[in-house]
Design a protein around this ligand. Structure first.
Ligand code: SF4
Length: 330
């Protein structure tokens, strides 16, 4: 029999599915049988979002993972998110439909290099964006998300020196918003880095009444053009509260499914990237499919595990973030 490591290495359960099966029904049945919950990120395929018990961004998903009473968490997102769920609920089984659903941003900050970087700034507090590995979280003082990054920085005394990683674009935006001088790690997300300023300008000319809304992981040159900058949840709320009828959206295009559901009369246009595609999909997020989700729930793998010493250390900065967020009512 294969070990969990060998099973995970395959990426996903490669098993033929009876084409007559109603996967939505089967997933519902398995969820009850196994006392499982499905948490899905906004960047997942619409089918997965529609079957999920909870859909959200990193902050909401980590809060949900911390309070669920299910025995099994199926995390429809990427590896670092499933790790965060495991850190917060170590007694639960955490499944990831495709074990190879990684993240270019998390990969851009190898923990052994970050440790050396951190040693150069011994009097700095380390704040890391939740989009990083469990090992990196274990090297941090406070974790943040794009929803609460500004408030987390502002919760520290003005004279406190801060390292911010791994996303340099989010870090630069937070530095600008807070007026603080942050030491930034030079990491970035491949999805948010390739929006084309030129194509967005042309798109705005064709849709002069559209609001241009962007995630702070985008480059500064793109953020400068935005009518509103916010986390995925922030962008969704803005689309609901603003009177505009058209929105050009600069983040992963999966969020548009929820925007359209919440605003059936409004039009959402994905901001074009700097390549031949019309919208911007995260290739890691899109590795998960409804079929893989069904098979992982049925078979109980791929399963995400985190070494116990890392769980103990990584829990502390996440707990600080959740505490600060709760205090601020975020
Ligand atoms: S969108 Fe970017 S940050 Fe998010 S999972 Fe994909 S590569 Fe990572």
């Amino acid at each position: 029999m294969d070990t969990l490591e060998e099973l995970n290495r395959k990426g996903f359960v490669d098993e033929k599915i009876d084409p007559t099966l109603d996967l939505f029904e089967e997933i519902e049945r398995l969820k009850k049988e196994k006392n499982a919950i499905i948490l899905a990120h906004y960047y997942q395929d619409p089918d997965i979002q529609d079957i999920a018990d909870y859909i959200g961004d990193s902050l909401g998903l980590s809060q949900e993972a911390a309070k669920t009473e299910a025995d099994v968490i199926v995390f429809a997102g990427v590896h670092f998110m499933a790790e965060t769920a495991k850190i917060l609920s170590p007694e639960k089984k955490v499944l990831l439909p495709d074990f190879k659903a990684g993240c270019s941003l998390a990969d851009s900050c190898p923990p052994h290099l970050f440790r050396k970087f951190k040693e150069k700034y011994p009097d700095h507090v380390v704040i890391t964006y939740v989009n990083c590995t469990a090992e990196l979280k274990a090297l941090s003082d406070i974790v943040c998300t794009s929803t609460n990054a500004v408030q987390i920085v502002e919760s520290l005394p003005k004279e406190q020196k801060i390292i911010f990683g791994p996303d340099k674009n989010l870090g630069a935006w937070v530095a600008k918003k807070t007026g603080r001088d942050l030491v930034l790690w030079n990491g970035a997300c491949m999805v948010h880095e390739i929006f084309s300023r030129e194509k967005i300008t042309k798109l705005r000319e064709r849709h002069p009444k559209a609001k241009f809304i962007a995630h702070p992981e985008c480059e500064e040159s793109v953020l400068q053009m935005a009518d509103y900058i916010g986390s995925t949840t922030g962008l969704l709320k803005y689309s609901m509260e603003n009177d505009a009828q058209e929105f050009i959206v600069a983040t992963e295009s999966g969020i548009i499914h929820q925007m359209e559901k919440a605003n059936p009369d409004k039009t959402f246009i994905p901001a074009p990237p700097n390549n031949n595609c019309a919208c911007n999909d995260c290739p890691y997020m899109k590795r998960n499919t409804l079929e893989k989700l069904y098979l992982c729930l049925k078979n109980g793998y791929p399963e995400v595990t985190v070494p116990e010493d890392i769980i103990i250390e990584a829990r502390k900065p996440i707990a600080r973030m959740l505490e600060i967020s709760a205090k601020m009512g975020l």
